[in-house]
Design a protein. Structure first.
Length: 181
């Protein structure tokens, strides 16, 4: 139990939940921001890629997460991954977005077969000209805490962004494509 509390406190120190005091009053700008990240757990950076796309229009936001390159054994005996897609939205009530200065603070919660999780992300953007949509990302940080039922412990994960210009990244295995049986 002490380790669980310690892990949670460590994550809050690394990824504090920073929502502006006037979050309800802060206007969410129109934005379309994308970033590719890898997960870092216990000092190890995983091979999988996670692409986040945050789209906000007229105060309504949608966050899409696509997971690629998480290779494992398939039914064919070959290593493969199945692309994971998750959607979170203000409208569905599982996404909170607040604007503070030139940073969008994003929080979402969810659950899967392994347990429940809370994710906090910060998208630092280049302020656009008046009336333009935000598309240029200057900085990104974030991570999540998961209460793993399977592992019976709290897991903390940091997102490590891919830096530099857009890149062509090789995949370690093929995609597992659903088909008609």
């Amino acid at each position: 139990m002490t380790r669980t509390i310690l892990n949670s406190l460590c994550l809050l120190a690394i990824f504090p939940i920073i929502m502006p005091a006037n979050a309800a009053d802060s206007q969410i700008p129109n934005a379309n921001l994308r970033i590719t990240v890898r997960q870092k757990t216990d000092g190890n950076v995983e091979r999988g890629f996670h692409i986040f796309e945050l789209s906000c229009m007229a105060g309504d936001c949608l966050l899409t997460s696509i997971t690629l390159n998480t290779c494992g054994e398939s039914d064919t005996g070959k290593k493969a991954f199945y692309p994971g897609v998750q959607l979170f939205s203000i409208r569905d009530g599982n996404l909170i977005v607040a604007n503070s200065g030139n940073t969008l603070h994003v929080k979402y919660t969810g659950f899967d077969i392994g347990g429940n999780y809370t994710t906090n992300l910060r998208f630092q953007y280049d302020p656009p000209k008046k009336g333009d949509i935000i598309t240029r990302l200057l900085g990104f940080s974030g991570g999540f805490v998961k209460n793993s039922i399977i592992l019976e412990k709290v897991i903390t994960v940091e997102y490590i962004p891919i830096k530099g210009i857009s890149q062509v990244l090789p995949l370690d295995c093929g995609v597992l494509a659903p088909s008609i049986q």
